[in-house]
Design a protein around this ligand. Sequence first.
Ligand SMILES: [Zn+2]
Length: 480
Amino acid sequence: MSDHASATLPRNSGQPGRRYVIRGGTVMSLDPAVGDFETADVLVEGTKIVAVGPRIDAPDTDEIDARGRVVMPGFVDTHHHLFETGLRSFLPNGLLLNDGSGTPSADPSYMEYIIGRFAPAYRPQDVHINMLYGRLSQLDAGVTTVLDTSQIHHTPEHSDAAVQALADAGARSVVGYWPGDGRADSRHPEDARRLRTQYFSSADQLLTLAMGGEVAGGPDYAAVWTLARELDLQIAAHALGFMMEPVLQGLARGDNGIAFGPDVLFIHMVHISDAVWQAARDAGVRVSLAVPIEMAMRHGTPPLMKMQQLGMEPSLSSDVETTMTADPFTLMRSTLTLQRMLANEHVFAQPRRGPEDIWPTPADDAPALLLDRDVLRFATLNGATDLRLGARTGSLTPGKEADIVLLDATALNVAPMNSAPGAVVTLMDRSNVESVIVAGKIRKWQGTLLDADLPRLRTELEASRDHLFAATGIKQQLFP
Ligand SMILES: [Zn+2]
């Protein structure tokens, strides 16, 4: 038992006027103006961070003992298809597309099975339990903000279920209003007007709305983008050059009066021409990379080096748990190790000066190696900025909402801590996420998610999974 086990949960956290102080942690603010502290406190009042610094004087205030903990902003995932939670591990070896090559990984493929067969079988109640369970799982892993990119808005009832699920999870989420399967009673994109009025009229809430504005394979993007801009909704879309390069080039040129802008978040950005990249950068387009998925499912090499050359930085995203876990530590480590492999290859491509050289000397224009702090920024502040929430979350900044994680650096897999960013990026996993706070409200406390009946929810999720397999006629088999 740690000495923390006896500490009591601050009451009514997140309520107006309620104050508590997170005392004595190793604080990594992710805000250069606030800085980092080997030992410091974070004072929270209501939904907001009031102060960050050493020895904050706060008499008669509830305290959270954070000794031995890294205290940092919650993680931000800028692209997760949460509706697929019931299909977790269905495609551990799958590719994005069935290319007809006969390779075992191409069949079953993601597009054919998940989007083509399973997605149309979702009823509104399936949307609700799949998204709720997946969102709670990410909250448990320290992800305080996520953009849900579920292509499951078949009907307005499906959309209502999606919004309800993310509201029920009690975390910060962006509801991505993506097209569904295009059935006759679909109301995409026009139903965005109703959703915005019905659920998103307040600027001061955990849920926000974004428009799924795919440029290929769905409705006419020009109408969708135009409506999104009329309603001031961020536009998020997958960008895969091998399927969409001609359309992206048209957008880069501003054809038909529709152009890139800082309100656009592109996902993946693989196999993209220099002309499109240049136009995207110049327009302030944001980019979300799902590094493990892009590598495993043949999207293409994540464009980390290209973005570095252009002076751009990505946010990170988990994409699909059909094929890979959604925990932020996996995303950070994959990004760090891939970029280093590519940058190191650049060094090895140089000539050695002589036999005495162990390694070739890096060229003057050699790409800098990504550092632990870089991927921490990608996974927090960049994510918040990319979802247009940078003024509200993504760093421990007084005045921002209190979206905070406490990570246990005394754990068996981490102690002793010799570098705070290093311990988080290179050693930790979701088991080290001890407490999670969203908008001041404590949602996970000393290892336990609060206000969630997980056994009941799992039973519901399994029933939904059984429905999806039965409705599609796809066989359930643990050893396919
Ligand atoms: Zn995706």
